[in-house]
Design a protein around this ligand. Structure first.
Ligand SMILES: Nc1ncnc2c1ncn2[C@@H]1O[C@H](COP(=O)(O)OP(=O)(O)O)[C@@H](O)[C@H]1O
Ligand SMILES: [Mg+2]
Length: 322
């Protein structure tokens, strides 16, 4: 029932990257609900090699050695999984398989937390590791130093050994910025922004749903191309035949920000005013205030061009009402 809209240029870029030998870590970034995970699942399902997909929202490793690993199952399960991957549609792994005895040794510090993974990866066919919602590792008990070790390993398997592609996915770009600096990744990272769908794709989609051009335009002007917001309106339109829900979507966002501002300071209120008008350069925003806006999902920070925006067109429209 759910349609997959556009993303041709992103898919083209990812295919190019995955078609060449691995040489760098790719950061896929973009605001929440912009369609990053959906795009990654699409890529993983089309990928001719082996995709290993980590969702760190569902998985919260507390030790370095089990961030990327899963215990290797017994022979019967292994055969079953092999057949499923070989003949079924599912070809996505949940981790790099390591024998339970090795995992034990790793947990006791008798074995390096990463070295055994290199051997396992060499046994996989053109592996690609997708680390989704990576910012959750921050809250899972891993410290800065451990995160740097993890990223150094990711650099090792891409840039140095060329044995696996690595795609790191996140909407928390302040975290990416920190990690890139801490792990000295500046020269090895590549970036792909996944933002809103283009206007034409949105208008075509709304037309397909049976919306007249005036309504479709209003939807685009209010929400831009944010897939999640568009689905909310489409569901409403399918049920009620109108797009009256737009107003309440904006009002709800505005009242959430008004509430947040009650316990915030004047600097936060000033940033909100600026974001209502458009993008703000990083140089003009205090770090603490930026942190407030990003954490509360009011603003999105683009680390590549150093700009700060309202998190969505809908949010920008909401901020205009404050
Ligand atoms: N290309 C797309 N076409 C249609 N719907 C999409 C597309 N990308 C995302 N969506 C929908 O938007 C919602 C948010 O997407 P998701 O991939 O979870 O965003 P993110 O991972 O960036 O937070 C999902 O419900 C998904 O079905
Ligand atoms: Mg996601």
């Amino acid at each position: 029932m759910l349609k997959f809209i556009n993303r041709e240029s992103e898919i083209w870029q990812l295919k190019n990257l995955l078609g060449a030998p691995p040489t760098s870590v790719l950061f896929v970034y973009g605001p929440k609900s912009s369609g990053k995970s959906t795009l990654m699942m699409k890529i993983a399902s089309m990928y001719p090699g082996e995709a290993i997909y980590y969702d760190f929202r569902a998985r919260s490793p507390t030790e370095l050695y089990n961030v990327l690993t899963v215990p290797r199952p017994g022979p019967a399960t292994r055969l079953k999984e092999y057949l499923r991957r070989r003949f079924g549609r599912v070809n996505i792994r949940e981790g790099i398989e390591v024998s339970p005895s090795k995992l034990k040794a790793m947990s006791l510090g008798k074995l390096d937390p990463f070295a055994p993974l290199i051997r396992a990866l060499r046994g996989y066919k053109r592996p690609v590791l997708v680390l989704d919602e990576i910012q959750n590792l921050k809250h899972s008990g891993l410290d800065r130093n451990e995160l740097s070790q993890l990223f150094n390993f990711l650099v090792t398997i891409t840039k140095r050994l060329h044995i696996a592609h690595v795609i790191v996915v996140t909407s928390d770009c302040l975290f990416v910025d920190e990690i890139v600096k801490a792990a000295e990744l500046e020269e090895t990272a590549q970036y792909l922004f996944v933002g809103d769908l283009p206007k034409k794709s949105v208008l075509d989609w709304m037309a397909e749903e049976g919306m007249d051009p005036a309504k479709a335009k209003k939807v685009y002007d209010t929400l831009g191309g944010r897939p999640y917001d568009l689905w909310v309106v489409v569901q409403h339109f399918r049920a009620a035949g109108d797009i009256d829900i737009l107003d309440s979507m904006i009002r709800r966002k505005a009242s959430r920000v008004r509430f947040l501002l009650k316990s915030a300071g004047a600097a936060e209120a000033r940033l909100v005013k600026k974001l209502a008008r458009g993008s703000v350069s990083l140089a003009d925003v205090n770090t603490r205030v930026l942190g407030w806006a990003v954490e509360n999902e009011v603003a999105f920070f683009d680390p590549v061009n150093g700009e700060v925006y309202a998190i969505s067109r809908a949010m920008q429209n909401a901020l205009k009402k404050i």
